[in-house]
Design a protein around this ligand. Sequence first.
Ligand code: NAP
Length: 445
Amino acid sequence: MDDLVDAIHVATATPEDIAGLAVPESYVGAVVLADEVGMFDGVPIADRDPRRSLHLREVATPQPGPGEALVAVMASSVNYNTVWSSIFAPLDTFGFLRRYAARGGTAARHDLPYHVLGSDLAGVVLRAGPGVGRWQPGDRVVAHCLSVELESPDGHSDTMLDPEQRIWGYETNFGGLAHLALVKSNQLMPKPAHLTWEEATASGLVNSTAYRQLVSRNGAQIKQGDNVLIWGAAGGLGSYAVQLTRNAGAIPICVVSSPRKAELVRAMGAELVIDRSAEGYAFWRGDTPDPKEWRRFGAHIRDLTGGEDPDVVLEHPGQETFGASVYVARRGGTVVTCASTTGYEHRYDNRYLWMHLKRIIGSHFANYREAWEANRLITKAMVHPTLSAVYPLGEVGTAVRAVHANRHTGKVGVLCLAPSEGLGVTDPALRARHEAAINRFRTAA
Ligand code: NAP
């Protein structure tokens, strides 16, 4: 692997040089193991420790099949789906791999006694499989995490509607938290040239998801002046939602849980901030939702906005907050949800939905077009990575635990083949122009 890393960092390396490098027969990846899926049985979700279930293993290198590419991964990032995989909740991910493999053909390779996790990468194409025209060895890339087959007509208006839609590195094997990764070539996008490897990998999954939720015609289509309530505004999704909202000329109303996180969203330009911990919001009394708390929360939002309600609510905490989200959305407003971190059996008062003509939109990742548009904003330095911490691959369990325990802000990066932080910038002039903003958004700063 050292030859590979050296060659990648030689500025004059040609595609032929990269194509001429030997691909190792095995590589190191962060895996969960099929024979450990019961290890947390009976353990509460909050106490399941990814440091126990995530292992570094040497695994066999898959050959790229038709339409696939093998990528040397310089850096990856932690997404919440890696938390779910590593705590085997709500399901272990081996069932996804078995179902995918049942398609036969090259999909059969994905059913293994280990699952290499990870749904983001920044790296260099090493090999392109048969039929790949757009990408070649040596290309510096990031990968989005949508894997589709597109054999059914259903996916052809919006690829997220493909019945064989999967999230790479969660519902497929050979993910990005590794030295090598196998992707479909239609997951690849150009690496933002002004960013380091670890900065370039931070945004993919969450930025694309927030883009579909807020900006795309498949989501809420925010516009100038909209009030956008953003739960977890200093987290992965939230820190990109704040930027997209501001770019649209809309007004973020940021919910966070500490003064440090409030400071972070203010540094990103948000003016309206609610510290939910300081306010002590408790939307449930035991097993029952507490509408008095919804009203108190709504009144707080009106205090901040001068009497207005949110046009759009970016939802993902789920059970804890969903009732409040439906309540506070304005008449005719939209709640757009992509997750249920605190529980997926939501309760809300439907009278506030139907009588006030509100809409709930279910949203999931993004199609290639949306992911490409979201990545374009990064490449043009119109949205910045919100990387707060970077761990070596050997400490991936600690990195995932930090996200699980909600101790992080923004995004947590992982160095894979990159020997240190700060490498991979190929457009220093663009970087110099945006250095101050990039540093401001590097949330540890
Ligand atoms: P993250 O970085 O951990 O951020 C989540 C934020 O949620 C935290 O910063 C936290 O902010 C807030 N939060 C946690 N518990 C809360 C509660 N009880 N009430 C209110 N806010 C709470 O995670 P993420 O990457 O943004 O992902 C968030 C969720 O979206 C996860 O469940 C993830 O799996 C899901 N997701 C889904 C998709 C998709 O395609 N469907 C894509 C990306 C993510 P404060 O503590 O500061 O309030």
